[in-house]
Write a protein that binds this ligand. Structure first.
Ligand code: SF4
Length: 93
């Protein structure tokens, strides 16, 4: 599976003159060039996805990915947090 959320999309030349470029930080959602035009991109309005606690959001190169259904359903999971979430849900029921 393509890990598109791990691709920033700028080349070295663009990064060198980008006013938003803070090395190691994600491209901010207000950057015109950080907009996602991939066919897999759909902004999620589902709070259960947007507020998932077990996703490893460190893998996102762009802020916009954190609201994308594709990342929210396919992104890497922190196993310990996933287990804790399952236990929490089991206790609730
Ligand atoms: S916004 Fe969605 S489709 Fe676009 S790069 Fe991020 S995860 Fe991939």
């Amino acid at each position: 599976m393509a890990k598109c959320w791990e691709t920033r999309g700028c080349d070295e030349e663009m990064l060198s003159r980008c006013p938003h470029n803070i090395p190691g930080e994600r491209c901010p959602a207000d950057c015109h060039f950080a907009a996602c035009h991939r066919p897999t991109h759909h902004v999620s309005m589902d709070p259960a996805l947007v507020f998932r606690v077990d996703l490893d959001r460190e893998h996102c190169m762009k802020d916009i990915c954190q609201f994308c259904e594709f990342f929210l359903t396919n992104g890497p999971v922190i196993e310990e947090l996933a287990e804790a979430e399952k236990e929490f849900e089991a206790r609730k029921s």
